[in-house]
Write a protein that binds this ligand. Structure first.
Ligand SMILES: [Zn+2]
Length: 574
C-alpha cells in the first residue's frame, strides 16, 4: 500500500525523474531533451523506446511526475466491497480497477492506467457517489487484475455476504450475545464456506486469515506459494473468527491463548479435513487452516502408474505386519509420493503410523508425522530410537543414509514393525548390496527385507495433440529386446507422440507418471543375499522369478501410448 501523497512535484519532466532515479544515462537524457525539442515528440514516446526501462518503472516515474501515488497491483489485495462499486464493463472501458474502500470517509481507491483521465474519474464519481482517490498502475497489471479479480467468484460472493453482515452489525451495538447470534446467521456462514470452497477448488494447502490494523487479509497457499486473495473489512473479523472457532470446537471467549481444533468440510465429492490453529496477534486472532484432503489429494498407487505384477508384489509386502520395504531411485523420481500413497492406503484407526521426514511434504490426517531437525539433535537415527518407545505399528524413515539408521531400521523390523524407507540406488536390486555397505548384517537383512521398489518418473504424452506414427525398425528391435516374452505377439507397427499444442506448451507432453519395478525378497533372493550379493546377480534372479523391470514397465507404457521411447531412455540413464 502506498503512503500518502508525496510532496508536490518540482515541475520535473519524465526524463528528469528517470535520470534522477538513475534509470537512464546522461547521454540518453541529453538525447531525449534534444529530440523532444527538435522533433516535437513527447518525452513519453521517446522514453518508451528505451528497452531497459520496464513498464513498471515508466508508470512509477509518470506517477511521480503527476504527483499521484503509484501502486503495484501484483502485490495488492482487493477488497470485495470496493470491487462491488465498479462493474467489469466500466473497469475494462477505462482500464481501471478499484481495490480499497474506506467506509468512514467514503473514499474509493482506484488504480488507473491513465490516472489523469478526467472523464473516467468523473464518470466513476457520478456512478458511485463516492470520493475517488486515484493511483497510477501499469496498463498490463490493470488488465491482469481486471481479469483475475472479476473472474473470481470468491470476491463477489463474499462481498454480498460481507454487506449483509455489516448491515446487521450497523443496526445495533454488538455485544457478546449478538455475536453468538451473528455467527449462526447465513452471511457469516456463507463467508466461511466460500473461503473454504475456493481453497478446495484452487488446490490450496493452507488458508491464512490475518487480522491487520484496518482489514482482515485472507491468503491461500497454492503449490507452495502464498497468494493474497481477499481483503475483508475489519467489521466482520470477530464474527468470522468466532464462526471458525465454533466449527472447530474451540472456546470463542478465549482470545489470549493459542488454540487448536479441527473440522470436516465437504465440497462436491471432496471431503476435506481441516486442522485449525488460532494464534493471538496484536490486531486480533490469526487463523491458519490446513486442508487435508481425504479423497483426491494423495494419488492411489494405480494412479501413480504402479500396476500388474509390481503392484501385486508391493501389496503382498505391505500387508505383512513387519519387515522392511525400501523405495529406490534418484532425487526427483517420486519416491516420497509413492510412500505417501502407501501410507494413505495403510492408514486406518487400527494402526499407529509414525513418520520421520525431511521435510514433511504432505500431511496425512491420522498419521503422526515428525520433521527431523538435526540442529536440536533430532536426526533420523535419534527420531527412530524415540519412535520405538511410542508403540508404532508402521514407521516411515525418510531416508537411510548411515550405519546407525540402517541398524535401527533392521531392529525395528525384527521387533515386529513394518518399516518403509528410501535409498539412493539406481535400481531395486542395488538396494540390498547398498544396505550391506551401510553395515547391515547379512542374515538380519535377509530375514527382514520384504520388498524393494525401484522407480522413475516419465512425462505423459499430451492427450490433446497425441498422434500415432510408424517407428523405425531399430526402435522396434530395441523394444522387442527389452520386453522379451512381454513383447506382443502381433508385433509393433505404431507408436505415439505429441505434436505439441497450446495445452502442453508445444512440448507434446502433459502430466507425469511413474515407471516401476518391484523386487520381492523371495527365498532364492534371501539365499543370494546371504552369500555374496552383487546387484546384477540379484537382478538376474529377480527377473527369472518374474520381476518386470522399470525399463520393461516403461516400454509397456510406450506401447499403450502413455509415454515415449525417448522419455523412458532419458530417465533410464539416471
Ligand atoms: Zn499437446
Amino acid at each position: 500500500m502506498p503512503s500518502d501523497f508525496q510532496a508536490p512535484a518540482k515541475n520535473q519532466t519524465l526524463s528528469d525523474i528517470l535520470f534522477e532515479e538513475k534509470l537512464i544515462t546522461q547521454e540518453q537524457y541529453n538525447d531525449i531533451k534534444v529530440k523532444s525539442a527538435a522533433q516535437n515528440l513527447s518525452e513519453e514516446t521517446l522514453v518508451s523506446g528505451i528497452k531497459t526501462i520496464t513498464e513498471a518503472q515508466l508508470a512509477e516515474a509518470k506517477a511521480k511526475m503527476l504527483n499521484i501515488p503509484y501502486i503495484a497491483l501484483e502485490e495488492t489485495s482487493f477488497s470485495p466491497q470496493a470491487l462491488e462499486y465498479i462493474s467489469r464493463a466500466v473497469a475494462e472501458r477505462f482500464l481501471l480497477i478499484p481495490f480499497m474502500y474506506d467506509d468512514k470517509t467514503k473514499i474509493l481507491s482506484v488504480a488507473m492506467s491513465n490516472p489523469v483521465d478526467l472523464d473516467a474519474i468523473s464518470f466513476v464519481q457520478q456512478k458511485t457517489g463516492l470520493t475517488i482517490k486515484t493511483f497510477a498502475a501499469t496498463p498490463s497489471e490493470v488488465t491482469r487484475a481486471i481479469d483475475t479479480q472479476y473472474r473470481q467468484e470468491i470476491v463477489g460472493e463474499v462481498g454480498q455476504a460481507v454487506k449483509e453482515t455489516e448491515e446487521f452489525s450497523k443496526t445495533k451495538t454488538v455485544d457478546s450475545k449478538d455475536i453468538a447470534q451473528i455467527i449462526k446467521e447465513a452471511p457469516v456462514a456463507k463467508i466461511v464456506s466460500t473461503i473454504l470452497e475456493y481453497a478446495v477448488n484452487s488446490r490450496a494447502s493452507d488458508v491464512h486469515i490475518e487480522p491487520q490494523e484496518d482489514r482482515v487479509r485472507v491468503r491461500y497457499r497454492i503449490d507452495g506459494i502464498l497468494y493474497d486473495r481477499l481483503s475483508l473489512p475489519k467489521s466482520v473479523q470477530e464474527a468470522l473468527i468466532s464462526r471458525i472457532k465454533i466449527l472447530s470446537d474451540m472456546k470463542i471467549d478465549e482470545h489470549r491463548t493459542p488454540q487448536d481444533g479441527r473440522f470436516n468440510f465437504r465440497v462436491d465429492n471432496n471431503e476435506v479435513d481441516l486442522r485449525i490453529s488460532v494464534l493471538p496477534t496484536v490486531f486480533g486472532e490469526k487463523i491458519v487452516m490446513r486442508l487435508l484432503r481425504k479423497s483426491g489429494g494423495i494419488p492411489s498407487l494405480g494412479e501413480l502408474g504402479l500396476t500388474g505384477t509390481s503392484l501385486k508384489n508391493l501389496e503382498t509386502a505391505m500387508l505383512r505386519p513387519h519387515g522392511i520395504i525400501i523405495v529406490v531411485g534418484p532425487t526427483g523420481s517420486g519416491k516420497t509420493t509413492t510412500l505417501y500413497s502407501v501410507l494413505a492406503k495403510l492408514n486406518t484407526t487400527r494402526v499407529n503410523i509414525m513418520t520421520l521426514e525431511d521435510p514433511v511434504e504432505y500431511q496425512i490426517a491420522g498419521i503422526n508425522q515428525v520433521q527431523i531437525n538435526p540442529a536440536v539433535g533430532l536426526t533420523f537415527a535419534d527420531g527412530l530410537r524415540s519412535f520405538l518407545r511410542q508403540d508404532p505399528n508402521i514407521i516411515l524413515v525418510g531416508e537411510i543414509r548411515d550405519n546407525e539408521t540402517t541398524e535401527l531400521a533392521i531392529q525395528a523390523a525384527l521387533t515386529g514393525h513394518l518399516v518403509f524407507s528410501t535409498l539412493h540406488t539406481s535400481n531395486a536390486a542395488g538396494a540390498l548390496p547398498r544396505l550391506v555397505d551401510l553395515g547391515a548384517e547379512r542374515f538380519l537383512l535377509a530375514s527382514t527385507m520384504t520388498a524393494v521398489l525401484g522407480q522413475r518418473i516419465v512425462r505423459k504424452i499430451c492427450d490433446n495433440c497425441k498422434t500415432s506414427y510408424t517407428p523405425l525398425p531399430q526402435i522396434v528391435d530395441e523394444i522387442k529386446n527389452v520386453l522379451g516374452s512381454l513383447y506382443p505377439a502381433e508385433g509393433v507397427t505404431k507408436l505415439y507422440k505429441g505434436n505439441g499444442c497450446d495445452q502442453c506448451g508445444s512440448s507434446g507432453y502433459l502430466g507425469r507418471i511413474g515407471i516401476f519395478e518391484c523386487l520381492p525378497v523371495t527365498d532364492k533372493i534371501t539365499k543370494l543375499v546371504l552369500s555374496n550379493p552383487d546387484s546384477s546377480s540379484i537382478e538376474r534372479e529377480a527377473i527369472a522369478e518374474g520381476m518386470i523391470t522399470m525399463k520393461q514397465d516403461g516400454y509397456l507404457k510406450v506401447l499403450q501410448g502413455i509415454t515415449t521411447v525417448e522419455e523412458v531412455l532419458r530417465v533410464a540413464q539416471e
